[in-house]
Design a protein around this ligand. Structure first.
Ligand code: NAD
Length: 531
């Protein structure tokens, strides 16, 4: 330490060093500043940007270099956010739904103007390739369009009353505040799904993003803020508290949060689920998956191979819908494994920086994920598995690993039954479709599944009561890459929640059954006489 420098100067120099190595100051990443991000960013928004928690850095998984600093929120910041969000809700719930839809439409349009920039930020901070980063923002745009249409059709039913001069109908009202806790792997779309539907159904939102993707959350919230302010809506309607599990816990245990929409691991989801249930709060759980593709003997193998590569290797195996188990009929087993190995080898030269247009496989999110990848491969080998391809960490900056194919394991080996959030594909063999379906269903999770077949009888068996037990049941397409029009989610330890399309909007509202007597008599139901 230089003895001629006083403490204040040293602190300033440290700050300078902290700032000078930030990617935000590199002109290559000019899009960060275009999104309104700075070297130091407040990670709390409740109508104002003001945080009081620890300052942390957000890192780029491709190099593990810091992108920018974020001051997290603490539990006191959360307290302000919930108070302000509830105030904003009071006005918002009385805005007619089609008007709310119009404002959500404008949020979609605002996102469109920053589609590429925001997509690049998702890519830089999460590590997925830029096509997928942009795709994630596009999902938010799409759900805004969807929610805008929905705003004119949030319908209740009218039933025939058994009493003369009575109307029996249901009315749907907003819940209040929706708390959104999101996972690192979809730092934009998961919030988007919740945000668009929560707003159009008349709720306020508080978002607690994953601790490692705060910049995406801040950039998204800034865009939403602009739209709300331009429409004279209290912007605390979409509040944000970046932080760790303590902020998540404050939200989960808070009765003022009417719905907790939690996306993350089954491990944390189990805790959160019980805590919300303990206070009789509403829950929407979107948890882990251990998804399988079944390749029947009559499958079109020209479709199987690219579909499997996309679903097992895409996002470096870090999608909740990633294919982790490939269950192949014994008659085509050898052929499929050989073709897959060749396909994996072709992609090896395209592992790299997620922002490069040639890259098809980006890094894992952090070093902990690399550690889990190594541990699972070691366990697979110790359990009798054979690494057919991959199995290695790449010696370069960042968190790069080779996508991996493992054969020879029993279908019920503990490592196969577990969700390892990495590109490891366990290949299993079967002889009858019933056996393959039983293997598909034997894991604790129940998110996504797919059958490749050209036989119509198999298709309907697979969709029926003795078929797949998952929330997503596909035929001749990968397990990943869902559209927003359908309800998204899964059964068993995936949590049972449904987000996005179909009638998922009902989870963001409460139902009142209303009986209105417009006669001058007072008949009782079931013909009861009380006189
Ligand atoms: P995670 O469970 O570690 O964290 C998820 C969120 O929970 C983060 O925001 C985290 O800060 C917060 N959290 C942690 N402890 C908490 C606590 N005690 N109380 C409240 N909040 C707490 O998950 P992750 O590693 O970020 O994401 C990967 C997991 O998410 C995988 O299992 C994946 O399958 C799952 N996922 C599921 C879906 C789906 O739709 N089913 C979508 C994306 C990811």
């Amino acid at each position: 330490m230089n003895r001629f420098l006083n403490k204040g100067t040293i602190a300033t120099l440290q700050q300078f060093r902290m700032a000078s190595n930030l990617l935000i100051n590199d002109s290559k990443y000019a899009f960060l500043k275009e999104l309104g991000l700075k070297e130091n960013n407040a990670g709390v928004f409740h109508g104002k940007w003001a945080a009081n928690g620890q300052t942390v850095q957000s890192f780029a998984p491709a190099t593990n270099s810091p992108i920018a600093n974020v001051q997290n929120g603490n539990v006191q910041d959360y307290e302000i956010a919930i108070t302000e969000a509830r105030k904003a809700y009071n006005d918002w719930c009385e805005v007619p739904a089609p008007r709310r839809g119009e404002i959500v439409r404008q949020i979609g349009d605002k996102l469109r103007t920053q589609l590429q920039n925001l997509g690049k930020l998702v890519s830089l901070e999460m590590g997925k390739i830029s096509a997928e980063g942009v795709g994630e923002v596009q999902e938010y745009v799409d759900i805004c369009d969807y929610a805008t249409g929905l705003s004119r059709s949030l319908e209740g039913k009218i039933f025939p009353s058994e009493r003369p001069g009575h109307a029996l109908l249901e009315q749907w009202n907003p819940l209040g505040v929706v708390g959104v806790i999101s996972a690192f792997n979809f730092p934009c779309a998961v919030y988007g799904w919740n945000n668009a539907l929560a707003l159009v159904t008349g709720n306020a939102c508080i978002w607690k993003p994953a601790p490692s993707t705060p910049l995406t959350a801040i950039a998204v919230t800034k865009l939403v803020e602009e739209v709300l302010v331009a429409n004279n809506v209290n912007p605390a309607l979409c509040s944000l508290v970046c932080g760790e599990g303590d902020v998540g816990q404050a939200l989960v245990k808070d009765k003022r949060v009417n719905l907790v929409s939690f996306t993350g691991s089954s491990e944390i989801g189990k805790i959160v689920g019980q805590q919300v249930q303990a206070r009789f709060g509403k829950l929407l759980l979107e948890l882990g998956g251990n998804n399988a593709i079944i390749v029947n003997e009559d499958a079109d193998l020209n479709m199987v191979v690219p579909a499997t590569v996309f679903a097992a290797v895409g996002t470096a195996g870090q999608r909740c819908t990633t294919t982790r188990r490939l269950i192949i009929h014994e008659k085509v087993y050898d052929q499929v494994v050989e073709r897959l190995k060749k396909a994996y080898a072709q992609f090896e030269s395209r592992i790299g920086c997620p922002l490069d247009s040639n890259t098809i496989i980006g890094p894992l999110h952090n070093q902990q994920a690399v550690g889990k990848y190594k541990a699972s491969i070691a366990e697979a080998i110790a359990s009798g598995g054979k690494v057919e391809y991959g199995g290695k960490v790449l010696e370069r900056d960042g968190n790069f690993v080779l996508p991996t194919i493992v054969t020879g394991l029993k279908h019920d080996s503990p490592v196969v039954l577990r969700e390892t959030f990495a590109p490891i594909l366990y290949v299993l063999k079967f002889s009858t479709l019933d056996e393959a379906i039983a293997i598909n269903n034997e894991v604790d999770q129940g998110l996504s599944s797919s059958l490749f077949t050209t036989n119509i009888q198999n298709v309907f068996k697979w969709m029926g009561p003795k078929g797949s037990d998952c929330g997503i049941v596909n035929v001749n397409i990968p397990t990943s890459g869902a559209e927003i029009g359908g309800a998204f989610g899964g059964e068993k330890e995936t949590g049972g929640g449904r987000e996005s399309g179909s009638d998922s909007w009902r989870q963001y509202m409460r139902r009142s059954t209303c009986t209105i007597n417009y006669s001058k008599e007072l008949p009782l139901a079931q013909g009861i006489k009380f006189e």
